[in-house]
Design a protein around this ligand. Structure first.
Ligand SMILES: Nc1ncnc2c1ncn2[C@@H]1O[C@H](COP(=O)(O)OP(=O)(O)OP(=O)(O)O)[C@@H](O)[C@H]1O
Length: 198
């Protein structure tokens, strides 16, 4: 694939994306293994649309999204869908999703033992985040991962994201600038399209 080399997993080259019409871009950036990119911007600036364009779920109007050959991507939607009532535990759900519980943080232990239909919104959110991270994905896209998390769980999530031994690349979308600054190596401000070191 042209243009993607030197450890680059993802390159956006003048990308403009949207639906019936463009809503975000033009954007250019490169993401390497182990890098964590935070995407920040007010409501409606196209943060979720950018993730969707990377995941083939929004239309590309101009420029390109270049992915390393065979790139495996995991995606957490802004509003994870609650599954209907069923008697399976968090651990069983992870297994079904092809995610491992190896290396799971302490904060997840109780959640793994409980039935998923009895989890609170925040507990469910943490489980979904882990189900995206604990896979063999090279690139993980998390849309508003702090949704539903109380301050304590938000701190646990920061810990999880910053202390894991993984060369996965992450793209985190959030309104919480402090969260992004504490977890990311780079920040993309969608108001001006600039990428800076965090
Ligand atoms: N499926 C869709 N079809 C058409 N337009 C859409 C669709 N989804 C989003 N939009 C529009 O695209 C623009 C960007 O939306 P997007 O959800 O990407 O913004 P965002 O920065 O993630 O917003 P928020 O912070 O509110 O989550 C908005 O004007 C929105 O109305």
């Amino acid at each position: 694939m042209s243009g993607v080399d030197g450890g680059v997993l993802l390159r956006l080259d003048g990308l403009t994306a949207g639906y019936r019409q463009p809503v975000v871009g033009p954007l250019s950036l490169a993401l390497r293994r182990g890098e964590r990119l935070g995407v920040w911007g007010p409501n409606g600036t196209g943060k979720s649309t950018l993730l969707k364009a990377i995941g083939h779920a929004a239309q590309v109007f101009a420029g390109r999204v270049e992915r390393a050959p065979g790139l495996r991507v995991a995606y957490l939607d802004q509003q994870p869908v609650r599954l209907p009532a069923m008697p399976i535990t968090g651990r069983e759900l992870l297994r079904a999703a092809g995610a491992t519980t190896r290396g799971a943080p302490e904060a997840l232990e109780a959640i793994l033992r409980r039935r998923i239909d009895r989890l609170s919104g925040g507990q469910y959110q943490l489980l979904w985040i882990w189900s995206a991270l604990a896979t063999d994905a090279d690139l993980v896209l998390l849309d508003e991962p702090t949704n539903n998390l109380d301050p304590g769980r938000r701190d646990r999530l920061i810990e999880i994201l910053t202390t894991r031994h993984s060369d996965q690349a992450l793209i985190l979308v959030s309104h919480d600038r402090d969260f992004l600054q504490r977890t990311c190596s780079h920040l993309l401000d969608l108001e001006n399209g600039e990428v800076k070191h965090a």
